[in-house]
Design a protein. Structure first.
Length: 175
C-alpha cells in the first residue's frame, strides 16, 4: 500500500493536484514495467448511485439513466498514475489491466473524471469507447471531463485493439 500511495501521490504533486487519499474499500493495482519496477497505479472503486457517493457530489453520474439502471455493472476509476519517467511506453500496460479487470468482473460502465490530455489520448490514440457526459470543470488542480467509459466493447472486440497486452501477470500487483 505504501508503494501504491507513493506513486500516485508523486504524480499528483508533480501536476499540482490536491491529494485525496481513499479510505474506502477498493481494488488497487500497481503497474510493473518490463524491468520489474513499480511505475504506476490504478484504483477500481465500487460505485453507488447514492448522492452521498463522493464522485456523485462532484458530478451527478447517478442521474444518467444507463448508470442508474445498471448499478451492478458500474465501477469508478481513480488514482490512475504513471511516474513521469515511465509515461508513454507503459500506458498500454495500465490500459490492458484496466480492460482485463473490467472483463473479469463483467463491468460495462466506468465513471471517471479525466484530465483533458489523458482524455484525448484515450479517445484518439487508444480508441477507447468513451462518452463525455458533462462540461469540463476545474477540480482539485486541473480541468477534468466527466466521462463514462464502455470497456465491454473493448473486451468483446479485442482484435480491434492491438495495444492490449496478453501477459498481464507480469504487469500488475494487486495491493
Amino acid at each position: 500500500m505504501n508503494t501504491f500511495n507513493q506513486i500516485w501521490m508523486e504524480c499528483w504533486l508533480e501536476k499540482g493536484y490536491m491529494l485525496d487519499p481513499s479510505l474506502e474499500e477498493a481494488d488497487r493495482f500497481i503497474i510493473i514495467d518490463s524491468s520489474d519496477r513499480s511505475i504506476g497505479t490504478i484504483e477500481f472503486k465500487p460505485y453507488t448511485t447514492s448522492e452521498m457517493n463522493e464522485i456523485n457530489k462532484v458530478f451527478p453520474f447517478h442521474k444518467i439513466d444507463s448508470i442508474y439502471n445498471n448499478q451492478d455493472k458500474v465501477i469508478e476509476i481513480d488514482k490512475v498514475a504513471i511516474l513521469k519517467e515511465f509515461r508513454g511506453r507503459n500506458l498500454e500496460r495500465l490500459l490492458s489491466l484496466f480492460i482485463y479487470y473490467n472483463e473479469l468482473y463483467q463491468i460495462e460502465y466506468n465513471v471517471v473524471l479525466l484530465e483533458r490530455v489523458f482524455y484525448r489520448a484515450l479517445k484518439n490514440v487508444y480508441k477507447l469507447p468513451l462518452e463525455t457526459v458533462g462540461e469540463q470543470f476545474y477540480y482539485k488542480g486541473d480541468h477534468v471531463i466527466p466521462t463514462v467509459v464502455y470497456p465491454g466493447f473493448v473486451y468483446m472486440n479485442k482484435e480491434k485493439f492491438p495495444w492490449l497486452l496478453p501477459d498481464l501477470e507480469k504487469t500488475i500487483i494487486n495491493t
